[in-house]
Design a protein around this ligand. Structure first.
Ligand SMILES: [Zn+2]
Length: 248
């Protein structure tokens, strides 16, 4: 009944202890989507997987003998580390939030090469972003992950009546509607300045490695994150667990 081994690129999404000596890893693989795998001996010896079971790295993993939905993790190698992420808590926190959001949104055992490519872009972009651009790069990454999962937030017109948002005006964001809601339609709990709305539109249209060009200031980034967080919490029914280290 054993399926042949499969080797694929993967991100480590979660790792939990299992019994005395093993761990169970949740991986987002390029070829098989999100899968769980038993990492035998990983708890006893960090060397067992060549020290490669590190978060935020692009790995090459071999998955073997699937049984009852669980693969066994075989050889694991590091394809690409992102050492720049470890240079600040803000970068680490942002990377953790993007991976957690992807983990929550992708189904199991369904390859999603576009989401995989988004993560491949987001982590290096965060690793190399200047400190003042980490928050906006994180926001752009989260917006891209949400949009790819089918949740394109609306910032150019009212989510209820579709009236265009007046340029240069402060607007209200409603996480239940997933977008801006005009005053006659009842508004929403999160305020977004005109600058934040401009920043959002720029972030949504730029590739992740060019988010600094959006010129989002710290105050706008904080408002944008408040809107994203409220939407994610509403949609998932819980907040993301990864803390926003150092985020504004
Ligand atoms: Zn309206």
């Amino acid at each position: 009944l054993n399926a042949p081994d499969k080797t694929t690129a993967a991100f480590l999404l979660r790792i939990v202890d299992y019994g005395e000596s093993d761990r169970i890893v949740t991986l987002f693989t390029r070829d098989h989507g999100k899968v769980s795998a038993l990492a035998r001996g990983a708890r006893k010896s960090r060397k067992r997987f060549g020290g490669a079971l590190e978060a935020f790295c692009l790995l090459e993993v071999t998955l073997a003998s699937r049984s009852r939905g669980l693969w066994r993790l075989g050889e694991t190698a590091l394809l690409r580390a992102h050492p720049g992420l470890a240079t600040s808590l803000a970068r680490l926190g942002a990377a953790a939030r993007i991976l957690e959001l992807a983990r929550e949104l992708v189904p199991e055992h369904e390859p999603d090469p576009v989401m995989f490519a988004l993560l491949e872009q987001a982590l290096p972009a965060l690793a190399s972003a200047g400190e003042q651009h980490v928050a906006s790069t994180a926001a752009a990454g989260m917006l891209a992950v949400l949009a790819h999962a089918g949740f394109e937030l609306r910032f150019t017109d009212c989510s209820v009546c579709a009236a265009p948002v007046p340029r240069g005006a402060r607007v209200r964001f409603d996480p239940w509607r997933g977008g801006v809601v005009c005053t006659p339609c009842g508004g929403g709990p999160i305020g977004l300045s005109a600058t934040a709305v401009r920043g959002l539109l720029a972030l949504s249209s730029l590739p992740l490695d060019r988010t600094p060009e959006a010129g989002v200031d710290a105050a706008s980034a904080a408002q944008i994150h408040a809107a994203i967080d409220a939407f994610v919490q509403h949609h998932l029914g819980k907040p993301l667990r990864s803390s926003r280290f150092g985020a504004p």
